[in-house]
Structures are given as structure tokens and as C-alpha cells.
Design a protein. Structure first.
Length: 194
């Protein structure tokens, strides 16, 4: 089973979520793919995920989390002992420097993030992981061109994990399709790479 966790202000209709669904269909995979609309509350988001994860043996579960969903996926993988693919994951959501340093905080998306962070800071901090118990369970995809997050912080936080550091690209990982085979293989899906 693959559980996809989208990022802040995203949805199951994101291009990465849809690309995975189409690829699994094209491969004729019998892998169950779930991509729910996450609630705004971090605690409710991980509770929803745990309810789904607990229906399956841990070794049959793979999480794919993008941005804030990657933050959740890291915590869930530690709690549930399953694999996780982290796509430009947020590391410490309560202190994203580029947003704090923006002189003009009138942009709607920035204001919504700052409001979210303030309202849910306690829930977010409760999900922080300080070390990986089994780095082999993780695959990090981090783009050097991420305009919102520091790829070096991601690389350091997931030290010892499988890592793909992408030159260029962006926060949304517009080049994700180039890495989809590797992601699915890590998730246990037999694909064109084999």
C-alpha cells in the first residue's frame, strides 16, 4: 500500500499525486494507492494516516510525502516502522527562514502559512523527529532549486538515508516524473527499472 501525503495548500489532485496514480495504472500494479485530502490540523492528518496504515503490515506500507506531507511522513515512518519517500520535506515547519525574512507578508499564501503555523505550532512540534532509527527505510528527494526550503537542511536531517539530490528544479519538484521509477521501486512496486 502506498499512502501519499500532500503538502500545505495542496490536494490529491496535485500533479505528483496524479502522476503516481497514472503510473500505477499503466503498470497494472495491484498496489493499493491512497491519497486523502488531509485536514488542516497536523494531529488530525497523522491520525487519519495512522488509521489507514494500521490496516496493513508495516513492511507492506510505503509513505510518499511532499513538503509538509513529507514532515508528516517522516514522523509516521518512525512511529509505524514503514518506508517513506520524502519529496522536498519541511524539516521544522515553525521556523521556515525564507518566509520569516520576507519583508512583504501581504501575499495570501504567505499569510495563510503564517496563520497555520501560529495556530498549529504545538501540534507541529509534537511531530518532530530528531534521529532516524533505521535510515534505510527512507528515500529523500531534495531539489537544490527549492525556492522555499533549504535542501542542505533536508540532506543533513536525513543523514544516512537514501538520498537523491537534484540540481535545479523547484519546491514542487516539476522534474518528479524523471524519478518516479526509483520512487516506486523504493516503495516496493515492480516497475520498468527491473
Amino acid at each position: 500500500m502506498i499512502l501519499y501525503l500532500h503538502g500545505f495548500q495542496s490536494s490529491p489532485l496535485s500533479f505528483k499525486a496524479q502522476l503516481i496514480a497514472r503510473e500505477l495504472d499503466a503498470l497494472g500494479s495491484d498496489c493499493r494507492y491512497i491519497c486523502p485530502q488531509l485536514p488542516l490540523s497536523p494531529a488530525k492528518s497523522v491520525e487519519m494516516a495512522i488509521n489507514e496504515i494500521e490496516k496493513h503490515p508495516p513492511d507492506s506500507v510505503a509513505l510518499i510525502g511532499s513538503s509538509l506531507g513529507g514532515y508528516y511522513a517522516g514522523w509516521l515512518a518512525e512511529q509505524c516502522h514503514c518506508r517513506a519517500v520524502l519529496l522536498n520535506p519541511v524539516i521544522d515547519p515553525w521556523k521556515i527562514k525564507i518566509l520569516d525574512d520576507m519583508p512583504d507578508k501581504s501575499d495570501l499564501k504567505v499569510r495563510e502559512w503564517l496563520d497555520f503555523r501560529k495556530k498549529y505550532e504545538k501540534e507541529l512540534k509534537a511531530l518532530r523527529i530528531t534521529r532516524l532509527t533505521d535510515p534505510a527505510r527512507y528515500l529523500l528527494l531534495a531539489a537544490k532549486g527549492d525556492e522555499l526550503l533549504d535542501w542542505q537542511l533536508m540532506q543533513s536531517h536525513y543523514r544516512g538515508a537514501n538520498q537523491i539530490i537534484i540540481d535545479g528544479s523547484d519546491h514542487g519538484l516539476s522534474v518528479f516524473s524523471q524519478y518516479l521509477d526509483e520512487v516506486l521501486l523504493f516503495c516496493g512496486v515492480k516497475n520498468r527499472m527491473e
